[in-house]
Design a protein around this ligand. Sequence first.
Ligand SMILES: CC(C)(COP(=O)(O)OP(=O)(O)OC[C@H]1O[C@@H](n2cnc3c(N)ncnc32)[C@H](O[C@H]2O[C@H](COP(=O)(O)OP(=O)(O)OP(=O)(O)O)[C@@H](O)[C@H]2O)[C@@H]1O)[C@@H](O)C(=O)NCCC(=O)NCCS
Ligand SMILES: Nc1ncnc2[nH]cnc12
Length: 277
Amino acid sequence: MRALKLHELTLAERLADRAVDALIDEADLSPKPALVDRRGNGAHDDLHLGLMHASALSLWPMFKEMAEAALEFGEVGLPLREALGRLGREGEQAMLATTGGVNTHRGAIWALGLLTAAAALDSRNVTLNAARLALLDDRFAPRPMSHGAQVARRYGARGAREEAQLGFPSVVQRGLPQLRKSRLQNAGEQNARLDALLAIMTELADTCVLYRAGPEGLRTMQRGAQAVLNAGGSATLAGRRQLHALDTQLLALNASPGGAADLLAACLFIDRLDGAF
Ligand SMILES: CC(C)(COP(=O)(O)OP(=O)(O)OC[C@H]1O[C@@H](n2cnc3c(N)ncnc32)[C@H](O[C@H]2O[C@H](COP(=O)(O)OP(=O)(O)OP(=O)(O)O)[C@@H](O)[C@H]2O)[C@@H]1O)[C@@H](O)C(=O)NCCC(=O)NCCS
Ligand SMILES: Nc1ncnc2[nH]cnc12
């Protein structure tokens, strides 16, 4: 009998697969403090796990087209940046159509969109090229008074745009090293991912938290995340107790670290990039 020959995926398709996998793995990871996970809705009335999955899947064509645009233009420059901006805005519309108007993955479209395009350009300098793209000014981008823009003005916070322009320091300097360290300590994959999320939360100026709970909420998030890691991480009993306390505190403040969740997805995407080439 002849073996069935499966369609061989293109590089753009493989990268889109990895971006969507990263979003689904982030959503499924549990127990995340005050975020949507397998246990429930965290600090969100309008989100649930099924919606996060549907949203992630709706973004596959956008990630594929972003990677294809990068392959077509072949270099970092304004034409590619503006093509990504247009695709990102279309992707946002697809997401909103899927979720009935709920913002599930705006920050993830931005971070993973840039990283997917950068990975298609050059597998070795992904965060550097993503930063170079983020530094270019898209002439067609609307400038709405987003939550991020409001807290940037109120508190001078460094939001999603600057995180990308600096080459994703929360991912490169915090999330990825912690993911690998916890794996080496045999924490188990789910705990290693939780530890990576917590490492990102220790220093991030998450504009979602700032918008909902102000600087006090942000300090609670950063200190609480550090306390889990200091106690030995999410694989230890002491760390689990601190994680539970952090969940309770953030829920009481209605503070959801959605920006940190997006950056965990970015971390998981970079971590598994090798297999895509
Ligand atoms: C350049 C943009 C990133 C716009 O940025 P800006 O800061 O102006 O806009 P926001 O929409 O407020 O923030 C972007 C999202 O980024 C995530 N985020 C927050 N802090 C950080 C951080 N420090 N570093 C990285 N990422 C961060 C976060 O996304 C998550 O939260 C979303 C829910 O947020 P929000 O709507 O505020 O939620 P709620 O409080 O729940 O709302 P209510 O229920 O109260 O109404 C969730 O989606 C997560 O993803 C921020 O929200 C960029 O987005 C942009 O320009 N987009 C236009 C399209 C484009 O050009 N794309 C380019 C593609 S390459
Ligand atoms: N798991 C999650 N819960 C709430 N907001 C998010 N934004 C991105 N991932 C999220």
